[in-house]
Design a protein around this ligand. Structure first.
Ligand code: CUK
Ligand code: CUA
Ligand code: CA
Length: 645
C-alpha cells in the first residue's frame, strides 16, 4: 500500500542491468576478470540468500510498509543535521539514508571546504582561509510555487554563525550562503509561499529569518552592560539573489518562523518577551507572544525610507517595536499574547490557523490568520482576540504537524508522546462546548520528541499519510554505540483514526527539523553540464602544466580508469592550482582526487569540474590517486606530482 501507484512510473526497472550501465564506457577494454574484481556487488545472481526463508531467496512475509529490494521510496525526507552542520536526505517509508549534503561543515567525502568552488560559497577571508567552518542547521524548508514545493531550492539556517544557505534540489548541493548582519542565534526560518506585494507572482521570493539571541546594536563593544538595550532583528533575504533585503527591529526575540499561504504574513514565536539576558528572567512573565509581520507594509516602509542602519551594515531596518506599532491600520507588526515560553509555530495546510506549541504551558494556541489580518485592518480590539482555541494537550508541547482531515499532531517532549487533536473540536471547546472532541489519540514515542512533521504537511498538498517523530533520545532502542547515542526517527502511519508506529530508525546526531516531499516533485540531475563550468578542461588534449611565475596551473581530466596526466612537475615554493574535469558521461561514475601529504581530497561527478589551490614546499614525489571506487582498475587510477627542489 505504500508503493504509490500514481507515481509508479518512478519505480524504475531494477533489472535494467547494471552490467550494461557500467559496461557501456567504463568497461571498454577490460577483461572479464576485471569485471568480477570490481563489480561483483552489482551481480544480481550473487545476492545473499542466507537470511531469506522464502522462495527464490526472498523474504516470505512483507510488511505493507516495506520497500522491497530494488524498489524506490515514495517520499524524500530532508533533515537538518543540527550541529553536524549538514543536511541529510532519506527515503520514506524505508528510512534509508541516501546522502549527506555538506553545507556549513567541512566534508572530505566530496571536498566541501577544500575545493576553491566550495570555499567561494562558504566565504573566505582575504588571505584565502575559510572564515567559518562550523554551523548548526535547525530548520530547512524548500521553495514554493502556488502553496506547494516546486523542487527548486531548500533553505537552511546556521544558528552559530548566523548564515542562511541555499541548497539546489536538482544537484542536492549547496549553491549560496549569506551572512545576516547584526544578529545572533539565527534560529527559525521559512520562505514565503507567494509574493505578498505582487500577487501575480505565485512563488517564493523571500526567506524570513528570526534571531533568538538579543545583542547591543551595533555590537561593537559599546553598551555591553546595558542589557535593557539588547535587541533582536527579524531578517528578510531575497530567495534568488540571496541578498539581505531588510530587517525589522522588534521587542522580544524570535524562536520558530512560519509564513501564510497568501504571502501576507510571517510569524515568529517569542519566548523572551521579558527581553532578559539571564535564564531565570526569561520565564518571569506568564505571557509571551506570537509576533506577526505585515510583509507588504514593511516593504512599503522600506521603500518610503523609514529606515535606520546599524554599524556598517547597508541593510535597511524598520521599526517593528510595540510602541511604534500601536495603531493597527499602519502597524508593521502585531504581538499576539500566548502562554509563557512557547516553542514551535506551524500553519495548517488550509492556510487558516497558526498552531503555537506551549512548551512551558501544557497547551497549544490556535491563532486565526483571518483575525490577525482583521487586527491590521482595525477591526479587532485586541490582538489576543485572534486566538480561537487553546486546548490542553499534554506536557512540553514543541512542534505541530497536520493531516488533510483537520487534525493536528503535536510533539510532547516531557510526556514522550505524539498527541493527535482536532482543530474544529478545539475551537468548539474554546467557545464553551464541553462535549467537543479535542484530543483524539496519543502515541508513546521513544523518547522526548522535538519536531514532528507529516508528508507534504507544510503544503497545500498535505496528504495525511505519514508522520515522523524526530526524538531527541534513543536510550535503549538500538545497539549501544558508546556514550553518544543516535536519535530516533519514528515513522507513524496517520491514515487511520489511530496512529500506528511503523518503525524506528536511528539517525546520527543531531537532526532537528525535517520535511517530507513526494518524490515526483524532486527532479535530480544525473550528469552535470560541462558548459556550467567556465574552467572546464574540455578535452584530454588540453591537459598540461601551465606556469605563470610562481603560480602553476595543472589541468587534467578523469576518464575511467585513468587521469589524463600520468605525472606532472612543479617546483618547491610554487602555488599550485589543480583543475580536474571528469569527462565520464556515465551516470554514477564519480572519481576522487587526493594528494599524499598535502591535505587535498575531493570528488568530481560526471561532467563536473573542480579545482584546488595549495602550496608545495617539500621536494619529492607525491602520489595522487582516485579515492572514489570507480572501476575495476580504480587502484591503478593514479598520477604523480613531482616537486623539484
Ligand atoms: S528547534 Cu530543535 S526541536 Cu531549533 Cu526547531 Cu524545536
Ligand atoms: Cu576513478 Cu576511482
Ligand atoms: Ca518568557
Amino acid at each position: 500500500m505504500t508503493q504509490d501507484d500514481d507515481i509508479k512510473t518512478l519505480d524504475t526497472q531494477p533489472d535494467l542491468g547494471r552490467r550494461k550501465f557500467l559496461g557501456t564506457t567504463a568497461l571498454v577494454g577490460l577483461s572479464g576478470a576485471g569485471l568480477s574484481l570490481g563489480l561483483s556487488a552489482c551481480n544480481k545472481e550473487s545476492a545473499p540468500t542466507e537470511a531469506a526463508p522464502g522462495a527464490k531467496g526472498e523474504v516470505a512475509a512483507h510488511s505493507p510498509y516495506e520497500v522491497a529490494p530494488g524498489k524506490l521510496d515514495t517520499y524524500y525526507m530532508f533533515s537538518s543535521a543540527g550541529h553536524a552542520g549538514d543536511v541529510r536526505v532519506f527515503g520514506l517509508p524505508s528510512g534509508r539514508e541516501f546522502k549527506r549534503i555538506p553545507v556549513f561543515n567541512t566534508d572530505c567525502m566530496v571536498g566541501w571546504g577544500i575545493t576553491n568552488e566550495s570555499k567561494a560559497i562558504i566565504g573566505t577571508n582575504p588571505d584565502g582561509s575559510v572564515k567559518y567552518d562550523t554551523g548548526d542547521t535547525h530548520h530547512l524548508h524548500p521553495s514554493y510555487t502556488d502553496g506547494t514545493y516546486d523542487g527548486k531550492y531548500l533553505f537552511v539556517n546556521d544558528k552559530i554563525n548566523c548564515r542562511l544557505a541555499r541548497v539546489r534540489l536538482d544537484t542536492m548541493e549547496c549553491d549560496r550562503i549569506t551572512q545576516l548582519p547584526n544578529i545572533q542565534g539565527f534560529h527559525g526560518t521559512f520562505p514565503d509561499k507567494r509574493d505578498p506585494v505582487d500577487s501575480s507572482i505565485n512563488h517564493t521570493t523571500r526567506v524570513f529569518c528570526g534571531s533568538e539571541f538579543s545583542i547591543p546594536l551595533p555590537n561593537l563593544g559599546k553598551g555591553l552592560d546595558d542589557e535593557a538595550a539588547y535587541r533582536s532583528l527579524f531578517t528578510c533575504v531575497d530567495a534568488e539573489s540571496m541578498e539581505v533585503r531588510w530587517q525589522v527591529l522588534i521587542d522580544g526575540n524570535c524562536e520558530l518562523v512560519a509564513t501564510s499561504y497568501d504571502g501576507k504574513l510571517a510569524a515568529t514565536t517569542q519566548y523572551n518577551t521579558e527581553m532578559a539576558t539571564k535564564y531565570e528572567e526569561m520565564m518571569s512573565l506568564e505571557w509571551d507572544t506570537c509576533l506577526f509581520f505585515n510583509v507588504a507594509r514593511i516593504e512599503e516602509a522600506v521603500k518610503a525610507g523609514k529606515v535606520r542602519y546599524y554599524g556598517d551594515s547597508k541593510v535597511p531596518v524598520v521599526d517593528g517595536t510595540k510602541a511604534a506599532n500601536a495603531e493597527p491600520k499602519s502597524a508593521l507588526t502585531c504581538y499576539v499574547p500566548i502562554p509563557k515560553n512557547p516553542h514551535g509555530v506551524n500553519i495548517s495546510p488550509d492556510g487558516k490557523y497558526y498552531a503555537c506549541a506551549g512548551k512551558l504551558s501544557p497547551s497549544a494556541s490556535l491563532i486565526a490568520h483571518e483575525l490577525v489580518l482583521k487586527w491590521f485592518d482595525g477591526e479587532l480590539k485586541e490582538p489576543r482576540e485572534a486566538v480561537v482555541a487553546e486546548p490542553e494537550i499534554g506536557l512540553g508541547p514543541l512542534h505541530t504537524a497536520f493531516d488533510n482531515r483537520g487534525n493536528a499532531y503535536t510533539t510532547l517532549f516531557l510526556d514522550s508522546q505524539m498527541v493527535k487533536w482536532s482543530i474544529e473540536g478545539a475551537i468548539k471547546a474554546y467557545q464553551g462546548d464541553k462535549n467537543a472532541p479535542v484530543v483524539l489519540d496519543r502515541l508513546d514515542v521513544h523518547y522526548q520528541p522535538g519536531h514532528g512533521f507529516t508528508s507534504m504537511g507544510e503544503t497545500r498538498e498535505c496528504d495525511g499519510r505519514f508522520l515522523v517523530s524526530d526524538n531527541k533520545f534513543s536510550k535503549d532502542r538500538f545497539l549501544p554505540v558508546g556514550p553518544l547515542h543516535p536519535e530516533t526517527s519514528q515513522l507513524i502511519d496517520i491514515s487511520g483514526a489511530k496512529m500506528t508506529l511503523v518503525h524506528d530508525n536511528p539517525v546520527a546526531s543531531e537532526p532537528h527539523d525535517s520535511i517530507i516531499i513526494r518524490r515526483d516533485i524532486i527532479k535530480p540531475l544525473q550528469i552535470y553540464n560541462l558548459d556550467d563550468f567556465p574552467n572546464a578542461v574540455r578535452d584530454a588534449k588540453e591537459s598540461g602544466v601551465f606556469r605563470d611565475g610562481r603560480k602553476v596551473t595543472v589541468k587534467l581530466v578523469s576518464q575511467a580508469p585513468a587521469f589524463s596526466l600520468r605525472e606532472f612537475r612543479v617546483k618547491k615554493g610554487d602555488e599550485v592550482t589543480i583543475i580536474l574535469t571528469n569527462l565520464d558521461k556515465v551516470e554514477d561514475l564519480t572519481h576522487g582526487f587526493a594528494i599524499q601529504r598535502h591535505n587535498i581530497n575531493f570528488i568530481v561527478n560526471p561532467q563536473e569540474t573542480k579545482s584546488v589551490t595549495f602550496k608545495v614546499d617539500r621536494p619529492g614525489i607525491y602520489w595522487c590517486y582516485c579515492t572514489h571506487f570507480c572501476h575495476a582498475l580504480h587502484m591503478e587510477m593514479r598520477s604523480r606530482m613531482i616537486v623539484e627542489a
